[in-house]
Design a binder for this molecule. Structure first.
Ligand code: HEM
Length: 521
């Protein structure tokens, strides 16, 4: 009996399994047929009909932005492919990105859904993956008030004293191996100078307090980045750990905002993103957790970016000493040897300003921008763009546009000073993205770069080391770490004081910077 039943069971299971498989096949093929026989889908922008990101073969050795760049040459500046079931659109020209991400910003300003990192870990309170909609618009008003054109001016004193401290630290650095950690401070990746970034968020430079904050926010950020980097963790059944982490993050973030509230009550609060978030809380109808995450956004999104641009600048100086000399001549002529360059000098230092644009153009440090997502189907140049397509602005390709930037591989600030009137005007913002999601920290970033670069060039020559035969050892200008934000691989350089008389001024300014920093304690 047992044997018969077991045989019957086996037959039954085999039959049901094959019917089930049949059903799945029928459903799948009808889905595929429906989808691809749909004439609209036949009209997608051209491109390889496979997942370019999961590519094998010759192109696979290239980072994704270079892969896309190579494919743009075959398929044109607007191309598409599928990543799983999601259509992906890649825009390789400033024109296409402006037409879609900017002019049709009402439908191209969302982000691809981020279930684990955005929704589960952060309850959609994190800025970068936040979907486009009323909550994002409210969040953006806090960014506008705190780090927009006007708000960014409030951080200039902070950026100024930060760069003075850097000049002095480079002066007393034991040897060149000490430079990278000092430079990292300018991007707030170490506890002490991180204070300046936290002060941007919550308005304090109290180092012992900051040290505590640093480890907590940095830890939360690392977990977020880890989830983004390892998609396996994005599967929902691993949700327990991020849910637990979210509770910890919310508690920490709200603690910071409450400390700012206390300072507001005592009348000692400095300008910061948190201050603006608190001021706007009632009007926006945000919870404490929501305003705390908003206040932390400049830290979470801004870390690593200014540093990467300064590293690119240093690399450019090693390769193009004549550009460095030209900028120094301008600084010496306009500012002179007896005072440091100030923010107010910027209009009279056009070469330095052009150099900053060129640094960001030459090697865009976020080469694929941050992916947008379209919230309704659209057509562009007769191509069909399905709802929920992921959209990448390939900033790398844009930086190589031969028409707008002739000889794009050359580092040439002059292209911004004397543009050829017959060519399209060189764009000065594409490296910050496009449309409604354009980087809200761009003014803060530009100010950091201006004051740091102008003062570094006022004080120091940046020179490469030499080998035993006296040959300059130069870094490979294309050797970068991969990631959302890319950094040149570590390379060696020296800061050589340009004149002995600068020493006394650097020391005096450093002393004053420490006194000024007290205001943020
Ligand atoms: C050289 C420095 C920087 C570069 C090149 C840069 C570039 C970018 C780019 C390309 C995007 C994506 C824009 C898009 O989606 O189209 C972005 C987004 C963002 N950036 Fe920056 N950034 C820099 C510095 C900063 C700084 C210093 C802050 C904060 C103070 C900041 C805050 C943000 C935020 C919050 C977003 C997300 C905006 C949103 O999703 O609505 N960035 N940035």
């Amino acid at each position: 009996m047992e044997v018969v039943r077991s045989q019957t069971d086996k037959t039954w299971s085999a039959q049901s399994l094959s019917s089930l498989l049949g059903l799945v096949l029928v459903l799948l093929s009808s889905y595929v047929l429906r989808r691809y026989s749909n004439s609209k889908f036949k009209n997608l922008p051209p491109g390889p009909r496979y997942n370019v990101l999961g590519l094998t073969g010759t192109l696979s050795s290239l980072p994704p932005w270079e892969r896309f760049h190579a494919l743009h040459k075959l398929f044109g500046p607007v191309m598409s492919f599928y990543q799983g079931r999601t259509p992906v659109l890649v825009l390789g020209s400033i024109q296409a990105a402006t037409d879609l991400l900017e002019k049709r910003g009402g439908i191209y300003s969302s982000r691809p859904r981020s279930i684990m990192a955005g929704e589960i870990l952060a309850d959609s309170m994190r800025a970068v993956p936040m979907p486009y909609g009323p909550r994002w618009r409210k969040w953006r008003t806090i960014m506008h008030a705190s780090i927009g054109t006007e708000g960014a001016r409030n951080f200039k004193p902070l950026q100024s004293l930060e760069s003075k401290i850097l000049l002095r630290e480079l002066l007393v650095a034991a040897d060149p191996s000490a430079y990278p950690p000092l430079l990292r401070k300018i991007n707030h990746e170490t506890d002490e100078a991180f204070a300046r970034s936290v002060s941007l968020c919550i308005g304090t430079m109290d180092i012992s307090y900051i040290n505590g904050v640093f480890s907590q926010i940095q830890h939360a950020r690392e977990i977020y980045c880890g989830i983004v980097a390892f998609p396996i963790k994005a599967l929902q059944w691993f949700r327990y750990a991020p849910e637990r982490q979210r509770k910890i993050d919310v508690k920490n973030y709200v603690t910071f905002i409450n400390e700012v509230r206390q300072k507001v009550a005592q009348g000692s609060a400095q300008f910061s993103a948190a201050l603006k978030a608190i001021e706007k809380q009632e009007e926006l109808g945000f919870t404490d957790a929501q305003i705390s995450y908003a206040a932390a956004a400049p830290f979470n999104a801004g870390v690593g970016t200014s540093l990467a641009s300064i590293e690119v600048f240093l690399m450019a100086m090693l390769h193009h000493p004549h550009v460095m000399k030209k900028a120094q001549e301008e600084i010496d002529r306009v500012v002179g040897p007896n005072v440091l360059p100030e923010f107010d000098d910027a209009p009279r230092l056009p070469y330095v300003s052009a150099m900053i644009h060129e640094t960001m153009r030459w090697r865009p440090i976020i080469p694929l921008g941050i992916a947008h997502s379209v919230i309704t189907e659209d057509t562009y140049n007769n191509y069909y763009i399905p709802n929920a397509s992921t959209v990448f602005a390939n900033l790398y390709s844009m930086s190589k546009d031969e028409e707008m930037f002739p000889n794009p591989d050359k580092y040439e600030p002059e292209r911004y000073l004397n543009p050829d009137p017959k060519l399209p005007k060189p764009n000065t913002t594409f490296f910050f993205g496009f449309g409604r999601r354009i980087c809200p920290g761009m003014h803060v970033a530009q100010n950091t770069l201006f004051i740091a670069i102008a003062r570094l060039l006022w004080a120091y020559d940046i020179v490469p080391p030499k080998d035993q035969s006296g040959n300059r050892i130069l870094p490979d200008p294309n050797d970068f770490d991969e990631g959302l934000v890319i950094h040149p691989k570590p390379f060696k350089y020296h800061f050589i004081l340009r004149r002995q008389s600068a020493k006394a001024l650097i020391e005096a300014e450093y002393g004053q910077a420490l006194v000024d920093a007290e205001a943020w304690m």
